[in-house]
Ligand binder design. Structure first.
Ligand SMILES: Nc1ncnc2c1ncn2[C@@H]1O[C@H](COP(=O)(O)OP(=O)(O)OP(=O)(O)O)[C@@H](O)[C@H]1O
Length: 234
């Protein structure tokens, strides 16, 4: 049984049909990258998995149970966590308080010590307010908030967006640490090279249709697919 199985979901914004029979699966301890051009439907896929957008048809199974009808807070309680592009951290309270708040509503949170061990940079900044952090540190905090909630799946929507290369390198290290620690991660990223270097498996989505599934090595070998659906060289 897959940790997460998505079976032919169709998602809409109003009358606009965005996802067409999208299927994918995520195994425990796997890092899965979801790639595609702007507007391909990557964020909508993550939002559908998080219950922010409810698919009109199709099934989503988490640990074998149908969850496509559940609201976001119930999916969060089941351990599905989305770190959205806009990194929802609280700017007015400290790093420490941001983490405490995230832990408070989780059924079985991890300890703060464990989080600070994984994110030493946040330990250094724990008394700073959220808004005093750099973009990269805010992203770390957003990921750490998902981690302290003991997420069974962490979904990252463009975590490297708008960050300087050096910060991306630091964040990549954090993601690698999480992956090596057995976390299950779904990552959506425009930085194809970075995403593929983290992923065990990847999917390509185009105009709301899933068009490719394979390992990063298989995708690297298939330059025509990369050029056709991503328009980049990796
Ligand atoms: N709230 C919304 N209402 C209506 N249409 C939307 C909404 N959000 C996204 N869309 C449309 O849905 C399609 C898929 O968007 P989505 O954000 O899922 O793409 P994406 O692959 O994540 O792209 P990007 O990298 O630009 O975020 C696009 O055509 C977009 O314009």
């Amino acid at each position: 049984m897959s940790l997460l199985e998505v079976d032919k979901i169709n998602s809409y914004y109003g009358d606009s049909h965005i996802l067409f029979d999208v299927s994918l699966h995520v195994e425990e301890h796997e890092v899965v990258a979801l790639l595609g051009r702007n507007g391909a439907g990557k964020s909508t896929t993550l939002k559908s998995l998080m219950g922010v957008v409810q698919p009109k048809s199709g099934r989503i199974l988490h640990k074998g149970e149908e969850v496509q009808h559940l609201p976001p807070f119930q999916l969060a309680r089941r351990g599905i966590q989305l770190v959205p592009e806009e990194r929802r951290i609280f700017g007015q309270i400290t790093v420490h308080e941001n983490l405490q708040l995230a832990a408070m509503t989780a059924p079985q949170p991890r300890s703060l010590d464990e989080i600070y061990e994984t994110f030493p940079r946040l330990a250094e900044r724990k008394r700073n307010r959220g808004k005093q952090l750099s973009g990269g540190e805010q992203q770390m905090l957003a990921i750490a908030r998902a981690m302290i909630r003991n997420a069974s799946i962490i979904m990252l929507d463009e975590p490297f967006e708008g960050l300087a290369p050096l910060i991306v390198r630091d964040l990549m290290e954090v993601c690698r640490k999480l992956a090596d620690g057995g976390h299950t991660i779904v990552i959506v990223e425009q930085n194809v090279r970075a995403a593929l270097s983290l992923a065990d498996r990847c999917y390509l989505i185009n105009n709301g249709h899933m068009v490719y599934e394979g390992t990063p090595a298989q995708l690297h070998a298939d330059t025509s697919v990369i050029e056709k659906y991503l328009g980049v060289k990796v």
